[in-house]
Ligand binder design. Sequence first.
Ligand SMILES: [Zn+2]
Length: 392
Amino acid sequence: MKNDLNLRLPPVLISIIGVIHLIVTLGCASNATRAPRAPSEPARIDACGFDTSGVKAFLAIADELMRNQEPSEQAWATLEDTPGYAALLKEEFPRHHFRQAFRVALMPSKEAELRAALESGTIRYLDHYVRARDHLENIRRAEAGMTTSNGCAVPLAVKAADEYLPAPSQPREPPPVAMVIFGPDGRGYAPIVVDTLFAQEMRADALTRFLGHEFHHFYRNLLTPRLRPKCVDGADAEILWALNQLQAEGVADQVNVRTDLEAGGPLPNHLRAYLSWMGETPSRLERLQSLVLDASHAGSAPDDLRRAIREVLPRSGHPNGYYMARLVLEVLGKERLVAHVGNPIAFVRDYQEAARSRRGPRTEFVFSEQFEGYLKRLEALIDSCRDREEQR
Ligand SMILES: [Zn+2]
């Protein structure tokens, strides 16, 4: 099953997305101005297999900042070199982010600056860092290991992730997990990054499903090797990013969000917005189609296209991807959904097939022939790109 995936598209897809992620979406922090680093501290692994060195480094920094003292360059460097913070800085956050945000959130002398920044919303996740400041003792307890506070969720999380992945030839090893303080969330990078405060406040079953979602990303990324930049670029890269997000998040959300949506009872705020965006999927896909066709005919500027795509697909594709995955699941079955994990173009074609054959009161949006023609061209571009990669 896994090899079938590699016959056509997948070898390039995830890797391109990784590259796009770095180059296009996240603004690329430069390493040029970094001071030389002392060797990083060895990872601290708890009994559950989680690396807690990021939490330890955060607490050391927090203790200094709470006394209104500037941590040493060595302390900052130690934090930034822990596996979790290093992954966040490499993939997503600008180099100065944690230094600036932790100073503002934790130094008593910066109270006025903190209030202004909270009001203006200029520092991402700042309110979470304030909560971390107010719960340092809890974080200190968690730093001793996630095992003591939540039980070891890893084996169950691997099982949860497995449910929506092609069967492996051998049982999957648990991925590396790095605990840090970064925001109320996790990331499916390598290592998986999990916010300690966020995880600590979850019920055990919710934590298992949350980890399962992130593990799903990790294993999906392993299905294919990474590609060099510039393989697919410009508008095509933006469109591929969107299609990949729809599949990656849409399927991973089956691992955790599905349970929350189907649990009944009142929904938390963030899921109410999710549900309403999800209900708009037919019209949102129609708008996505217009963007794609305009870009392929007139050649939209990638920056404009990127902005427009993010407006059409809120929350990086989660709710609309969920809708598409759900339709494939209901109409074509789980085997089909799972067989194409890692291949977003096949995912869109599966959605198309399911939408066409859906009978019932609801009308599904079906992409046009021109859109299908674009998909074919994108697929051919990716194939030729992959062939060039293989010849290297
Ligand atoms: Zn995700």
